[in-house]
Design a protein around this ligand. Structure first.
Ligand SMILES: Cc1cc2nc3c(=O)[nH]c(=O)nc-3n(C[C@H](O)[C@H](O)[C@H](O)COP(=O)(O)O)c2cc1C
Length: 346
């Protein structure tokens, strides 16, 4: 048994309580497979919220098949759940959920490995039974205790509590990780995963001390040598970032966090001057995100990344990083337990 085995690792069938979260619209196939191979849980990301649903689900199925060919360990898929003005789940979100279920149904190897669906943004209440009946572990990401309680009431298996410092889409109401996670672990009984700002063994030990069962990270894994999906210039920018280099900007559904550059300055100007329609702006942003990832245009593209970038100083090898992070956390917890004098006998 691994030193940090707990109900989360047992539920997901992984060695270390370390998750790589979805980072759509970017492709995360290489990172997901590397994290799963290293004993954590990798996540396939959704290919974009502006995709035509048929084309989007085809791409998602390809990415699932690609990750399944690169690892024989468990992995997850992330689907952000958007809703239209009348509250109906967007066709593209529905298509992605159905694509995940179909991928499992049509291939027994994928069925064995694709163990979890992580939903984010909105809660897919109308698909909850379908997700459970498909045999998926349902994890849902929240930014508030109210949403954690609602997710638990609706029957999720795991709550991911993500603080405002997270990279990518963050929350409209800014509750930071250190406040949010203990609030959520106090409120719900299902396993909680800390997300937003985690980067090493110390942050994993802190997550466990706050009552979480593990951590989920995005930004940390981008700066990795296993990452063949991102242009190396993107990882370099994360490694070079300092405190204060991150910025929150308006994204598809609410605010998102990234690194400040000419691309984001231009985005803020477009929003200020109202010079594009909503649809044009969404496409402009998606193009900027993809350009930064694929061509390394880190000046004029849009770079989603978390505040934790300021604490990331090197490009990691995931195969080594994941078990080392878990071992460091275990060592810190042992050391701290040893540093406390025994409770007085009354
Ligand atoms: C580049 C990037 C893209 C992201 N895209 C998504 C996404 O498609 N869906 C989602 O639920 N979260 C997305 N996120 C958030 C991550 O899943 C995760 O919650 C976050 O990165 C955790 O905080 P950290 O960056 O401090 O590790 C994204 C984050 C980054 C950095």
């Amino acid at each position: 048994m691994n030193a940090l085995s707990n109900r989360l690792t047992e539920l997901l069938g992984i060695e270390h309580p370390i998750i790589q979260e979805g980072m759509g619209p970017y492709k995360t196939n290489s990172i997901a497979a590397a994290v799963s191979n290293a004993g954590g849980l990798g996540t396939v990301s959704m290919p974009g919220m502006t995709k035509e649903p048929g084309r989007g689900s085809e791409l998602l199925r390809d990415n699932i098949a690609s990750v399944a060919s690169l690892t024989d360990r468990p992995f997850a898929v992330n689907v952000p759940v958007g809703r239209d003005g009348s509250g109906v789940v967007l066709p593209v979100s529905e298509a992605y959920i159905r694509a995940v279920i179909e991928a499992r149904r049509s291939d027994s190897a994928i069925e064995r490995q694709l163990v979890a669906l992580t939903t984010s943004a909105g809660f897919p209440g109308e698909f909850r039974d379908m997700i459970r009946d498909a045999g998926l572990i349902h994890m849902h990401k929240v930014g508030s205790t109210r949403h954690a309680l609602k997710a638990q009431e609706q029957g999720v298996d795991v709550v991911i509590a993500s603080g405002y410092e997270m990279g990518g889409h963050t929350h409209a109401s800014p509750v930071h990780t250190f406040v949010l996670v203990p609030n959520v672990t106090e409120a719900v009984s299902v396993p909680v995963v800390l997300s937003g700002g985690a980067r090493d063994g110390r942050t994993l030990a802190a997550a466990l001390a706050l009552g979480a069962s593990g951590v989920a990270m995005g930004t940390r894994f981008i700066a990795s040598s296993d990452n063949t999906d991102w242009h190396p210039a993107y990882a370099r920018k994360i490694v070079d970032a300092r405190e204060g280099d991150d910025v929150v900007f308006p994204a598809v559904y609410g605010p998102a966090r990234g690194l400040r550059n000419a691309g984001v300055e231009r985005l803020l100007e477009i929003v200020r001057t109202n010079e594009m329609t909503d649809a044009e702006l969404i496409r402009w942003k998606d193009d900027g995100l993809i350009r930064a990832q694929e061509t390394g245009d880190v000046d004029n593209g849009i770079m989603a990344a978390g505040q934790v970038s300021s604490g990331i100083h090197e490009v990691i090898d995931i195969a080594d990083f994941v078990p080392t992070m878990a071992a460091e956390a275990a060592e810190i917890l042992r050391r701290l337990a040893g540093a406390v004098s025994p409770a007085p006998v009354s």
